[in-house]
Design a protein around this ligand. Structure first.
Ligand code: 4UV
Length: 548
């Protein structure tokens, strides 16, 4: 019997994201909504955002970009990123964001796999964007420079503002409300995830998925009995955003939830610890979303006691395991609640979350969000009913993606015909709460970001002298690191060094994917007759290596 959410089912409107965020007939605020954390006089209000959305939507139409096309964005965070996201989704096009520190090869992969037809690139990384485009024959006249600062824009590619229609031309434009079933069928966002196996894949996230996850998360964060809205009213919230906006986590909280609730949110271009502390103090930030490494810094770095962080009452932590000890140490030292949540790109973002201001010192990721169900399933496919016994989380709810873009096989492998999504995460269930204890999938998480072992393994096979390779994650000081197990060809034995391999990979991938967990040479990488790597055996080696 699947476990149901302990919360009552809540009403999730069947409509487009913009109809949910800007309901017709309701006033649109002119107060600052997204503010530049480095220069807070630069801001956008919902009323201003709507004007930009209309001008872009009509601009895309005039350019002949059909509905259903994908717009790809590569930029550090800034206050106009939400504009592109909302205009793209609002005009029935598809948004995909790419990590601005990716290598040209990695960018090219996503440009092709997402089937993007327009590519917006920040001027500071334009060369990389052009190089990636050339690699996949992407038309260079569909590349636009995109910045919040006009003086950044040079002459090498067009200015994104050249897409914009005038205010007069666009003032009558309105979005499709996508009522009923169409909200479930219309793809809005294509974030990338490697899922349980293989290379990164585009996840098809519908308007319905996005609206559902925003409604569910707002309920859990602000409107459960534990949320105590009397002492923590939504209208006193002030957010700070530094998680990347190409990822679902930041899209949900920084864009959709802040916009729905009118929470003034300061956006940092990228994470910098001292800048983060300064911003919390300067702007009286009340709540943030983090990944575990931010809390490790808060605990270990001296600067943490140099700033007044008293306004900060609530931290949401997800995307990777956080130890119970660290969670409790920080919440006691700084007098704040830290709620863990579990999520995946494939479920928009969140599926399990500790409600509101509930103090939880068990290290759990909470109960199910409303309108969701989960089963824990053992290796033989049987449901685990006993409390405290681990099993793979199978998840069902209105936020589960439609499937992987152009990859029916991968979709079928993780989604059953009756809607269960097999997450590849292992959890236990006890006293109404889930605790994530392991993964049975290939994924490695570094700084909360995905690293797909298959991607590094394919790369290692291109390294001269390597005959086979397997990559797994190892834990060093509470943080996960990719480590490679490599067998070498006879001619390279004794010549190819660990440093050579680390450098080979490091030169070709974004920083978080580097082999910071090291390299071991082995006689043979264990594989099944089917060719599949026996990851359990490799993980066992890794465990022994750490203990040594
Ligand atoms: O696909 P992805 O990069 O997605 C995420 C999303 C995270 C969250 C978490 C809480 C939120 O409130 C929220 O808005 C977004 O990380 O990576 C998915 C994998 O990351 C691991 C797990 O292996 C997922 O399959 N993961 C995510 N959250 C946790 C976690 C967690 N709390 N504890 C342990 N592992």
């Amino acid at each position: 019997m699947p476990r149901k959410s302990p919360h009552p089912d809540i009403d999730i409107p069947h409509c487009s994201l913009l109809s949910y965020l800007f309901p017709s007939g309701e006033p649109v605020s002119s107060n600052p909504l997204w503010l530049d954390a480095l220069e807070p006089s630069k801001s956008l209000s919902p009323a201003e955002v709507l004007i930009w959305i209309r001008r872009l939507a009509v601009g895309f139409n005039k350019l002949g970009i059909p509905e259903g096309s994908t717009i790809m964005l590569m930029t550090p965070n800034h206050i106009y990123v939400p504009v592109i996201y909302l205009a793209t989704v609002g005009s029935k096009r598809r948004f995909t964001g790419v990590n601005p520190v990716f290598t040209p090869e990695e960018v090219a992969y996503q440009l092709k796999a997402s089937k993007a037809t327009v590519f917006l690139v920040h001027p500071s990384i334009l060369e990389k964007g052009l190089e990636a485009a050339r690699r996949v024959n992407f038309p260079l006249d569909r590349i636009y420079q995109f910045s919040d600062n006009e003086s950044d824009i040079g002459s090498t590619a067009k200015d994104w503002k050249s897409i914009l229609a005038s205010e007069e031309e666009s003032s009558q434009w309105s979005w499709d409300p996508l009522l009923g079933d169409t909200s479930s069928k219309t793809v809005a966002v294509i974030n990338f995830s490697s899922g349980t196996t293989g290379l990164p894949k585009g996840t098809c996230i519908s308007h319905r998925n996005l609206v559902a996850n925003a409604v569910q998360s707002i309920f859990i964060r602000f409107y459960t009995p534990e949320a105590d809205s009397a002492t923590n009213p939504v209208n006193r919230e002030r957010g700070l955003s530094f998680l990347p906006l190409y990822h679902a986590y930041s899209q949900l909280w920084t864009i959709n939830i802040s916009c729905k609730l009118g929470i003034p949110t300061y956006i940092m271009p990228r994470f910098n610890f001292e800048e983060f502390l300064r911003s919390v103090e300067a702007y009286g930030i009340t709540s943030i979303q983090v990944v575990p490494p931010v809390l490790i810094m808060l605990s270990k770095r001296e600067e943490s006691s140099k700033y007044n962080l008293q306004s900060l009452k609530h931290i949401m932590c997800g995307a990777a395991p956080l130890s119970r000890e660290l969670q409790n140490e920080i919440s006691t030292r700084f007098g704040m609640t830290i709620a863990q949540g579990w999520g995946m790109t494939e479920v928009v973002c969140v599926g399990l979350m500790v409600p509101g201001f509930l103090h939880d010192d068990t290290g759990s990721v909470g109960p199910l969000l409303p309108n969701c169900e989960a089963m824990l399933v053992d290796e033989d496919g049987n449901e685990v009913l006993e409390e405290g016994k681990p099993g793979e989380v199978w998840f069902r709810g209105p936020q589960v993606m439609l499937g992987y873009l152009d990859n029916e096989e991968a979709t079928k492998a993780c989604k059953t015909t009756d809607g269960w999504f097999k997450t590849g995460d292992i959890a236990t269930f006890s006293k109404g709460m889930f605790t994530i204890v392991d993964r049975n999938k290939e994924l490695i998480k570094v700084n909360g970001l995905q690293v797909a072992p298959a991607e590094l393994e394919a790369l290692l096979l291109q390294c001269d002298g390597v005959s086979d390779a397997a990559v797994v994650g190892i834990n060093i000081n509470d943080e996960e690191r990719p480590r490679a197990y490599v067998s070498v060809q006879p001619h390279a034995k004794g010549k190819l060094t660990e440093d050579d391999i680390v450098k080979f990979v490091g030169d070709r991938v974004a920083k978080h994917k580097r082999l910071t967990g090291g390299v071991s040479f082995v006689d043979e990488v264990p594989r099944l007759a089917s060719g599949k790597i026996v990851r359990k055996a490799v993980k066992e080696w890794a465990k022994q290596d750490i203990e040594r």
